[in-house]
Design a binder for this molecule. Sequence first.
Ligand code: MF3
Ligand code: CO
Length: 248
Amino acid sequence: MIITKSRYEIALMREAGQVVAECHAALRDFIRPGITTLQIDQFVESFLLRHKMEPAQKGYKGYPFASCTSVNDVICHGFPSDYVLQNGDIITVDMVALHKGLHADSAWSYAVGQISDAARHLLEVTEQALYKGIEQAVVGNQISDIGHAIQTFVEAQGLSVVRDYIGHGIGRQMHESPEVLHYGPPHRGPRIRKGMTFTIEPMVNIGSYETRLDPDGWTARTVDGSLSAQYEHTLAVTDHGPEILTKL
Ligand code: MF3
Ligand code: CO
């Protein structure tokens, strides 16, 4: 069942989304060679708490941190650690804020210092892929139109879309219906309606789209060791098109 949200609920998600967006903007200056991913996690946790938001990922299904910090070949759900970021790394930081019972979720990839042309291309294509998906989040389309647009765009750029992790409805729960795939045929799945709130969060790899899980049970990596990037927004569907709730 897809739970559509009231104007009031969407307003609360927008407030949460603004803090998440501000935190990502602040991370752009904070992330540099020489800091650890645990320092990033502490930055995210204190930023959210300072803005009266709960870091919703912490404790969610046993996940131990406020953020996911996914470096280089890590696709998603990387554990913050004492790893020191190196010039040329890429890192995805994912966070969820909970505000008066409602969630907002956004992930962003960052360059650490100077990165290779291939890594820069990956980041640019993945961010553009997110917006190709968002364009399809309009009343009357079907949910799979989003993934079809993303896959078509990404593969035309010679990159691959991860299948094993997907976007999701979001609201009073971090994960709700519908499932939002980032690949597949168009014109399938539920019709998109006003008041729906969901994430779009394509993960894109330079090599194969296949994933493998580390022994920690969370950290997902590319099987071939190739770089992976991710950009994620939380959206609300309105009569005037998608509203990005996690945009500054
Ligand atoms: N933000 C992630 C998502 O897109 C949630 C990661 S799982 C968690 O669904 F356990 F870390 F919260
Ligand atoms: Co998400």
